[in-house]
Design a protein around this ligand. Structure first.
Ligand code: HEC
Length: 137
């Protein structure tokens, strides 16, 4: 090889090597659009986690649990015709944010012997649910 040819050979070899080295970086798979974490939506959470057992209208038939219209500010165990577990007879309180928060975290800790099979350990999820419960009139 003549000198100029060798030089251009080396340059192009180096160039190709660079391209090959860079390829794995530039060829990362097309960005897959990952949806942003959805904001916690109380209405959706309620549908997913409560609605199988609770209706939301004042005159709705009870499901496994009582309807929850006006639940925030409502006396515990007060839906006429719903057969609550025995502990509700002694539950002398009105449902507040705090009571509901404790209830959703662990119903039996609020009313011993309560038969609601549900526990929500995530405080943000409980808060979103309670915000939604306030809209039930
Ligand atoms: C598997 C069925 C079930 C699920 C799921 C469930 N509950 Fe209940 N819930 C019940 C039952 C049954 C009772 C009555 C408990 C008793 O008598 O001991 C009850 C009672 C309640 C009460 C007390 C009502 C009153 O009149 O004092 C509230 C408040 C409540 N549930 C809210 C919720 C919310 C909010 C959710 C969803 C995050 C939920 N529940 C999920 C079955 C359920």
């Amino acid at each position: 090889m003549t000198r100029p040819r060798l030089a251009s050979f080396l340059i192009s070899t180096a160039y190709i090597a660079l391209i090959l080295l860079a390829a794995p970086i530039t060829r990362t798979p097309a960005q897959i659009a990952v949806p942003d974490a959805r904001p916690v939506d109380g209405a959706t959470l309620f549908k997913q986690q409560c609605a199988a057992c609770h209706a939301t209208g004042k005159n709705d038939a009870p499901r496994q649990g009582p309807e929850l219209a006006n639940i925030v500010g409502r006396r515990a165990g007060s839906v006429a015709g719903f057969k609550y577990s025995a502990g509700f007879a002694k539950a002398d309180f009105v449902w507040s944010d705090d009571k509901l928060d404790a209830w959703l975290a662990n119903p039996q800790a609020v009313i011993p012997g309560a038969i609601m099979v549900y526990r929500q350990a995530n405080a943000a999820t409980r808060a979103a649910l309670i915000a939604y419960l306030k809209e039930l009139h």
